[in-house]
Write a protein of this length. Structure first.
Length: 390
């Protein structure tokens, strides 16, 4: 059997992760540290100004409770991502004035293996402004960024010491959508590698398109694309665990669309299903934010910022189709982001307007969420990522 270079790099990254996190080999993927990004100025959707930006929390292995251990100044760190080795943290700064130009930036941080604390390595322009999302190449060699106001997706090389190099590749979108306030131009909103680490699924809210890109030699190339309903506004995406379905969260009409996906070629296929994220009868503002598949592949969750809820769905084991479980509203206020701990026991909601992070226990049989009563104070939290123990 022949293994291409890309497959080798992904396998190597997985081996590195097991070396860094021994519990991965035994299946015990418990979180030990949580990294939270918060808006620090002009937060969209409200919330309080935050003079800090990044917060590091220790996660109790038994209760999942957060304990603050570090705060680091950073400009509007609206999304965070972990390097596959667990040694570095990457952040996009949702700004448009980096070094006096019309650009946003990305930051690289080294993570202390013993304490989980972080220290800034360097900062780079993302060659576009108001970056919205980021993803680390599973080989650990590139960072990919979606620039909401730049209309482009950008790749930045990651050096051996974790630092970011200048942008090496760019893919630019053109067009608009029917919503004059939100779709006057392309608005790239998400970048997510597929489970095989071979292709990147993207969402562009401004042109109602989901696109699959290929990262090769530090450059980005279009592989396939699919259009959502006019005015749907695709925001974030998540893959089925087997990589054969892509779930698209549409922000502007509060729906999830399931698309066929070929992991071997990166081709998007037909739409299989579209479901609402809001309960029947709801007629208020519509605005979704985050989507995630549970680690065991049986459940999917999405956040509503109009209805202020987490929508829960069951995933059919054979077809991958979604069936509604219910909506969780207790303690939720404008949930821009949420994250499931690596072991799949807890779900944490970042309440941008509530200035806190609320913990829920996930029922492993039904998928339902139950508040644990643990609430962590955090000013305008908008992104969470976990690091297992080293």
């Amino acid at each position: 059997m022949q293994i291409d270079r890309r497959q080798f790099m992904v396998a190597a990254a997985g081996a590195s992760a097991i070396l860094a996190f021994p519990e991965l080999a035994s299946g015990r993927t418990m979180a030990r540290y949580a990294y939270v990004g918060s808006y620090t100025k002009d937060p969209p959707g409200g919330g309080s100004d935050n003079p800090v930006g990044l917060s590091v929390f220790r996660v109790d292995p038994d209760t999942g409770a957060f304990t603050l251990i570090q705060q680091v100044p950073s400009a509007n760190p609206s999304f965070v991502a972990l390097h596959p080795s667990g040694s570095f943290l990457y952040v996009v700064n949702e700004i448009d004035d980096y070094q006096g130009g019309k650009a946003g930036s990305a930051e690289a941080y080294a993570i202390s293996p013993g304490t989980g604390t972080i220290s800034l390595l360097n900062r780079q322009s993302v060659v576009g402004h108001i970056p919205a999302h980021l993803a680390v190449d599973p080989s650990g060699r590139h960072l990919v960024v979606a620039n909401y106001m730049g209309g482009n997706f950008v790749a930045l090389p990651i050096e051996a010491d974790g630092r970011l190099g200048p942008a090496s590749g760019e893919f630019m979108n053109k067009g608009s959508g029917p919503n004059p306030e939100r779709q006057e131009a392309p608005h790239p909103h998400a970048v997510t590698f597929d489970p095989a680490g071979r292709y990147i699924a993207t969402a562009d809210l401004g042109i109602d398109k989901v696109q699959i890109l290929r990262l090769e030699g530090g450059r980005l190339f279009l592989v396939s694309e699919a259009s959502m309903a006019p005015g749907a506004g695709p925001r974030h995406v998540a893959f089925h665990r087997d990589g054969r379905i892509l779930y698209v969260l549409n922000e502007l009409n509060a729906t999830i669309t399931a698309l066929e996906y070929d992991p071997a070629t990166g081709e998007l296929g037909r739409g299989l299903q579209t479901v609402r994220t809001e309960p029947a009868g709801y007629a208020g503002p519509q605005s979704t934010a985050e989507i995630a598949v549970h680690p065991d592949g049986r459940f999917l969750y999405a956040s509503n910022r109009g209805h202020d809820s987490i929508a829960s769905f069951g995933i059919d084991a054979s077809s991958g189709l979604l069936s509604p479980i219910g909506h969780t509203t207790a303690g939720i206020a404008f949930p821009r982001n949420f994250a499931i701990d690596p072991g799949g026991t807890w779900l944490y909601v970042a309440n941008q307007k509530g200035d806190d992070i609320v913990q829920f226990r996930i029922d492993r049989e039904s998928g339902r969420l139950t508040p644990t009563g643990t609430v962590t104070r955090s000013i305008t939290p908008v992104a969470i990522v976990f690091r297992p123990a080293g």
